[in-house]
Design a protein around this ligand. Structure first.
Ligand code: MN
Ligand code: MN
Ligand code: MN
Length: 297
């Protein structure tokens, strides 16, 4: 596909560096790409440089923000925003601090259970994988526990110490849906609700989520996420029409696999108004995007 509005790099949980993501997308025929790393803008500079070196490649600023709604963690996608927005930078800074505080708390809890040096050890594991300003996460702690001989393997680390409900399962504090959408609005973003089928909601709860998302200022629905089953696209297309939302689509690429690749996702039903058409793209790319004229919330 020509446009891919959802993918990840090593700036969050992807396997490829931002420049490698751009190069791979371009080689696969993508000409408009949004790098949407989780809760960070870290990869955008490198991605933008890589895209600028390719004459027919456009990079759209993107981010996938985590937030809470109805007791669940929800992801919202922001596009085409100002990366200098003070509101956005402050929100990302808060999340960044939150992740460090969480890692330190995991370390304290493991040390209290007789596993000294957990925090520093996890950080060392992380830095071996690649220089990062981000806090170490549970996989890094798991590897530390293996190396220090506290567990036999990473699986045991999660079963005993780090998995859901265990002492190392420290919850991250996320903003609310309203706050996350508000932050993206303040930065001038076009906002799409990511993979709405992936949340474990009843139909009526999903409808309530859409109503609240629109009330908060959201514009679109990600009707196609990678190779999701066709009936899910059908369900989401019906909701997009009913709620008058723009639609977005993307591969949600994290690493090259048989079922995930840059530019690879199911087709968008043709009658739907594309969020991509609202982004400030060069004329040829905007033409590809279809540029429908619809009312937007
Ligand atoms: Mn991810
Ligand atoms: Mn997501
Ligand atoms: Mn994603």
């Amino acid at each position: 596909m020509h446009i891919d509005l959802h993918c990840h790099s090593t700036a969050s949980d992807g396997a490829l560096a931002p420049a490698a993501v751009v190069a791979r997308a371009h080689a696969r025929g993508v000409r408009v790409l949004a790098l949407t790393d989780h809760d960070t803008l870290e990869g955008l500079g490198e991605a933008r440089q890589a895209a600028a070196a390719l004459p027919d490649m456009q990079l759209v600023s993107g981010i996938e923000l985590s937030c809470t709604w109805g007791g669940a963690t929800i992801h919202v996608l922001g596009y085409g925003f100002s990366a200098e927005s003070p509101e956005l930078l402050r929100a990302i800074e808060d999340l960044h601090h939150g992740r460090w505080a969480r890692a330190e708390e995991i370390g304290r809890r493991l040390e209290a259970k007789g596993m000294p040096g957990a925090f520093v050890g996890a950080r060392d594991v992380q830095m071996e994988l690649g220089d990062s300003a981000n806090a170490p996460a549970r996989p890094h702690f798991a590897e530390f526990l293996v190396r220090a001989g506290h567990v036999a393997d990473r699986g045991e680390a999660f079963r005993k110490w780090l998995g859901a409900g265990k002492i190392g399962d420290v919850k991250q504090h996320w903003p609310t849906l309203e706050q996350a959408v508000g932050t993206l609005r303040a930065a001038g973003a076009w906002i799409s609700l990511a993979h709405p089928i992936q949340y474990d909601f009843t139909r009526s709860k999903r409808r309530k989520l859409l109503a609240d998302f629109i009330r908060a200022g959201g514009h679109g629905l990600e009707v196609v996420n990678g190779l999701q089953p066709a009936e899910q696209t059908g369900t989401l297309a019906i909701l997009a029409r009913e709620f008058g939302l723009l639609v977005s689509a993307g591969s949600d690429f994290h690493a090259p696999t048989d079922w995930s690749e840059l530019g690879m996702y199911r087709p968008i039903p043709e009658d739907l108004p594309l969020l991509a058409a609202r982004l400030k793209l060069a004329a040829n790319a905007a033409e590809h995007a279809g540029a429908p004229d619809v009312a937007v919330h």
